[in-house]
Design a protein around this ligand. Structure first.
Ligand code: ADP
Ligand code: ZN
Length: 431
């Protein structure tokens, strides 16, 4: 049931006590770095005068810009003691570099193993890791975790769709790690190969790395005949293994023995109540080489601190709604890409892919939504398609409060990537 019962079954007060101890230790550790030594001194905070977790709020946030400009000053051990580096994929700008000691790699692997075990992966499972290996943490992060757990690990890497299907058949893959948009795309390869994923022994999928809706999850589950678990992490906090879903599939438990969670209003920077969407802020509680304190992730989600039937007291995060910098402002209305996805994936006529283009015509902002329609519906008559287009437009309008221009396209015609999906292209300030 539990990978690390001693930690996973702590009550909320016990967990808090452990966090306080670890926070004191991490402050001592952080003082070894030029960056935090100065920050902590300026805030008048140290491991001796920290009385409660809340005292940490005296320290300013660490931002992505701090990491970019002062990253090397955040190391608490000499660079020669680091054994690996990763860089964030740079989805939103210049990549940031993260360094790991041998111990950090081991801690991280254990957190991923714990997360996988929680959903039911066991030694004897065949785990196919379809994430990019390399600077991106998704590949190696899960790889080490799966090995630590004792699953037979296939380092398939991203892309190479035909090969993925072949590997699954040849080795009897039971668990996969896959980007959700790619999971839907891969279905077309199964179709071409004449293989029905439902006939494979697949039982568990980890889906993460990009925002996706509940409908998207259910589609993946139905098409592959497995349970799909949302998994969250970011390079700045090791990589995957920060928050994962338990068998309840009702929110992602944050491993609070390793990460101290704050959720703040990104404007006022004040903490928000449970259930209110805010920006996630994490403090590393057991990291050796590069502990980050109060790191602003830019990721938006809400938290739930009520008890979970699985017995773990760790708070649960809602789905990640997007990043603060993903928000589209169209005609003064704030829109998150996930809202668009929720509407589209909820419609059975919609195939697996869509693309949103933002344009400016005659000083007027315009949202063009290209939507792939399932084969069987695409060949209906014109009157049907006109009606469908109208329904999609209306559904989007009632969710977004702006009226998009909807274009229905043939299945498989929109661009796909092997990595995180590109759903939004903003042409408004170009050319
Ligand atoms: P980046 O994409 O910023 O270059 P990373 O490769 O470290 O860097 O990816 C981490 C980011 O991916 C997170 O900050 C978050 O925005 C996104 N992400 C990871 N897991 C999930 C998930 N389960 N749901 C939604 N978004 C996720
Ligand atoms: Zn649970």
């Amino acid at each position: 049931m539990y990978w690390d019962a001693a930690v996973e079954t702590l009550s909320a007060p016990q967990l808090e006590e452990l966090q306080l101890q670890r926070l004191r230790a991490i402050l001592r550790q952080a003082q070894q770095s030029p960056f935090y030594r100065q920050r902590l001194a300026e805030a008048g905070l140290n491991s001796d005068n920290l009385r409660s977790l809340g005292d940490l709020r005296r320290l300013p946030f660490t931002t992505k810009d701090d990491l970019r400009s002062r990253g090397l000053d955040m190391l608490t051990v000499p660079l020669t003691e680091m054994v690996r580096l990763h860089a964030s994929s740079g989805t939103t700008g210049q990549a940031t570099v993260i360094y790991y000691t041998r111990q950090d790699i081991a801690t991280w692997a254990d957190l991923v193993a714990r997360s996988m075990y929680m959903t039911g992966v066991r030694p004897g499972d065949v785990f196919q890791n379809m994430m990019g290996y390399g600077l991106f943490t998704g590949g190696l992060g899960f790889h080490y975790g799966a090995e630590r757990l004792g699953a037979l690990t296939i380092p398939a890497g991203a892309g190479n769709s035909k090969r993925q299907v072949q590997l699954m058949r040849q080795f009897g893959t039971t668990c996969i790690h896959i980007i959700p948009s790619y999971a839907l795309y891969l279905l077309s390869t199964f179709g071409e190969a004449g293989v029905d994923p439902l006939e494979l022994p697949l039982r568990i999928a980890f889906v993460g790395a990009e925002p996706h809706s509940e409908d998207m999850r259910r589609r993946i589950e139905a098409a592959y005949g497995l349970k799909a678990y949302n998994s969250y992490g970011l390079s700045e906090m090791n990589g995957p293994g920060v928050a994962f879903e338990c068998p309840e599939q009702n929110g992602m438990h944050v491993w609070e023995d390793a990460f101290l969670l704050e959720v703040i209003d990104p404007k006022s920077l004040k903490p928000v109540e449970p259930g209110v969407v805010g920006e996630l802020v994490f403090t590393n509680l057991n990291r050796q080489g590069m502990p980050l304190l109060r790191y602003r992730t830019r990721d938006l989600a809400s938290y739930d601190d009520t008890p979970c039937p699985c017995g773990r007291a760790c708070k649960r995060l809602s789905r990640i709604q997007g990043r603060t910098d993903d928000m589209i402002i169209l005609k003064g209305v704030n829109i998150f890409p996930l809202q668009i996805e929720r509407v589209l994936m909820g419609m059975p006529e919609v195939h697996t892919n869509y693309l949103v283009e933002l344009k400016r015509e005659n000083f007027n902002d315009l949202m063009l939504v290209k939507v792939e329609v399932r084969e069987s519906f695409f060949h209906e008559d014109l009157r049907y398609l006109t009606g469908l287009r109208k329904r999609v437009t209306e559904a989007l309008k009632s969710e977004l409060l702006v009226t998009p221009v909807v274009e229905l396209v043939e299945p498989g015609t929109l661009p796909t990537t092997e990595g995180k999906a590109v759903r939004i292209v903003d042409y408004r300030n170009k050319g």
